[in-house]
Write a protein that binds this ligand. Structure first.
Ligand code: BG6
Length: 485
């Protein structure tokens, strides 16, 4: 029997992501026979009232899962609710009464709440003997605001839990293509000899979003794109792209290699920050032909805010494999299209025997697209059919939707199941989190002393012009702006 307790059970993340993911796991027969699901939050709700909300969330956000009415009813029958205020110890007595006291039974406590609530909740769980034995705790980002606060949260968590009970979730790690990166890199022989400074010109990792800050203006304004996306998702992708082959596929073997990359990221001084980072904020514009307001007019955002909604960075990794290879990172809200992509640009051929006017000579590149579609494309040069020699780009294209008929598992479902099965591979270890913050801190610090550095960009564009210049000065260009020739 497994008990899954969701703190923040009435919140937005629960409604949009976690409940649909659990339900999908249920419909696909991935939960054990005696699974129970308990929502927990401050609101006073009966089991029945919470079930109604769960049914609503399934209705609205789990359409793709496609279970029957009977399956929804069966899932609701496993569901209950416990009113919990983290500051009221007696509330945890009520929760305890609903949870098996057998410490060999799996218990998963998912903390979809603000970081200020993590510690009071874990403290009470511990005092009530609920984290002994086969118990795990999943914590959502943001895990801190800087290296210092992340360290405080980690050490407080560690005073109640062992590291291997803590599942720090980064939903990017649950994306199919991110896991495929491991397969691509460590189950193929031909890429490894090329995967280094001798053959790679630069690496680009770009996550562009079309959405603005939606209903999260207040939270977002205190966070900004660097903390919201770079510190976690982008740096996790960097660590997987750049890591050395691990000795095996065990969680710690993989995480040992990832953390070395994060530690090898060259730290910036104030001068580096001004030369190697660009930050921007969107103003009114149009996305997909529809007018949208500027960031400063979004609900919950102060009108004079200096918070960034766009970041571009030229990062470098100081180790033998990657010395001298720029890693260009970019993310932003209200950009031209929704796309998450990793591009490995290989070095140009040393000399062209074909001369000018023979077509584009953009060098080979491997493009791994995480979303909106999943694909891996290796762009090569080939001759265009017909008279004479005219070269063009041809993609060796691996379209995963077509290549496999297996069920697609959404990232939250995948990560929830991993946590239920005790697999830590796709969760972030405390030293990774610390190393990521150590690299981010100097950037945040330099930005806070440089109010002028914030550029603006028009919603629906690819960000400030300075982000193009960041690459252009090194003879590089972002994928969408590459000029052939
Ligand atoms: C979240 C950020 O972690 O990731 C959001 O807080 C962002 O601001 C989201 O929109 C992007 O995730 P995805 O999976 O839609 O690319």
């Amino acid at each position: 029997m497994t008990t899954f307790v969701l703190f923040g059970g009435t919140g937005d993340l629960a409604k949009r992501k976690i409940i649909p993911a659990l339900y999908s796991a249920f419909v696909n027969g991935r939960l054990d026979a005696e699974f129970t699901f308990i929502g927990a939050a401050r609101e006073a709700l009966s089991d029945e009232e919470f079930r109604l909300r769960v049914a609503n969330s399934i209705d609205t956000y789990a359409a793709k899962v496609g279970g029957s009415k009977e399956q929804v009813a069966a899932f609701l029958a496993l569901t209950g609710y416990s009113k919990i205020d983290a500051k009221i110890p007696e509330d945890f007595d009520a929760l305890k009464a609903r949870v098996s006291t057998d410490t060999s039974k799996a218990k998963l406590f998912y903390l979809a709440v603000g970081p200020d609530i993590f510690i009071p909740v874990v403290e009470q769980l511990s005092k009530h003997g609920l984290v002994e034995g086969n118990a795990r705790v999943v914590v959502e980002k943001p895990l801190g605001r800087d290296a210092k606060s992340a360290k405080e949260i980690n050490s407080a968590l560690r005073s109640y839990l062992n590291e291997n009970q803590i599942y720090r979730i980064d939903h990017y790690l649950g994306k199919e293509m991110v896991q495929n990166l491991f397969a691509l890199r460590f189950a193929n022989s031909f890429l490894e000899p090329l995967w280094n400074r001798k053959w790679v010109q630069d690496v680009q990792i770009s996550i562009s979003e079309q959405v603005g800050v939606e209903t999260r203006g207040d939270f977002y304004d205190k966070t900004g794109a660097l903390r919201d996306m770079v510190q976690n998702h982008l740096l996790q992708l960097v660590s997987i792209v750049a890591m050395e082959p691990p000795v095996n596929a065990n969680p710690d073997a993989i995480r040992d290699e990832k953390v070395k990359v994060l530690r090898a990221l060259r730290k910036f001084n104030a001068d580096d920050v001004s030369k190697k980072t660009v930050r921007g904020q969107y103003r009114a514009g149009a996305v997909d032909g529809k007018p949208v307001i500027g960031y400063q007019n979004e609900a919950g955002v102060p009108s004079a805010t200096r918070t960034e909604t766009f970041v571009a960075i030229k990062a470098e990794i100081d180790n033998w494999r990657w010395a001298g290879v720029p890693f260009y990172l970019r993310t932003g809200k209200r950009m031209a299209s929704r796309c998450a992509e990793i591009t490995i640009n290989f070095k140009p051929i040393p000399y062209s025997i074909f001369g000018k006017g023979q077509g584009p000579l953009r060098s080979n590149r491997l493009v791994i697209t995480l979303q909106p579609e999943e694909s891996v494309q290796l762009f090569m040069k080939a001759k265009e059919p017909g008279e004479g020699i005219r070269l063009s780009d041809v993609a060796l294209n691996l379209d995963f939707a077509e290549a496999s008929s297996s069920r697609r598992v959404e990232s939250y479902e995948r990560l929830l199941l991993d946590a239920l099965h005790g697999d830590l591979t796709l969760f972030v270890r405390d030293d990774e989190l610390g190393a990521a913050w150590e690299w981010i801190d100097p950037i945040m610090h330099a930005w806070s002393n440089d109010a002028e550095g914030l550029k603006s960009y028009i919603a629906g564009s690819w960000g400030p012009a300075a982000a193009s210049y960041l690459l252009a000065q090194h003879g590089a260009a972002w994928g969408e702006e590459y000029v052939e020739g």
